[in-house]
Unconditional design. Sequence first.
Length: 149
Amino acid sequence: MRGRELGFTALETIVAAGLIAVVLATIGAAVVRESVSFSNVATADALGAAAREEARIAADSVKYDGNTLSPTSVATTLPMPVGSPIPAELSLSAHALAGGGISVRVRAVADTAAGQIVRNATLIVERRMPLPGSSVIAPTLVDAPFGAP
């Protein structure tokens, strides 16, 4: 090797090492971004499942006459498929509808590193039923006795 080519070889080595560092940094950033994205999707799925389950339970409790729901909010943790449970807040509200039904809404909120994730579930109870085991007499029309005016 000639003396004047030695510096050029060192420069090529430095450029190659820089390119490799840039490629590895890009791959590392993509892996981190995808893991955060996967975590957010899993969190959103867990929040949605919790909201749907709690809305179903709340709708079951108001479908009978005499039962009411007051707005409430509770802090809890939701189990995750992988990793530790996440803290979340579940809020319940119920509103009477014009036709006599009730709208039950559950909102699930979790704060993550990427921001706040919110999922809602709404169920409508169209008709309320009497309590199980109660006696209900259906309204009927009775004919007037024979000879009545």
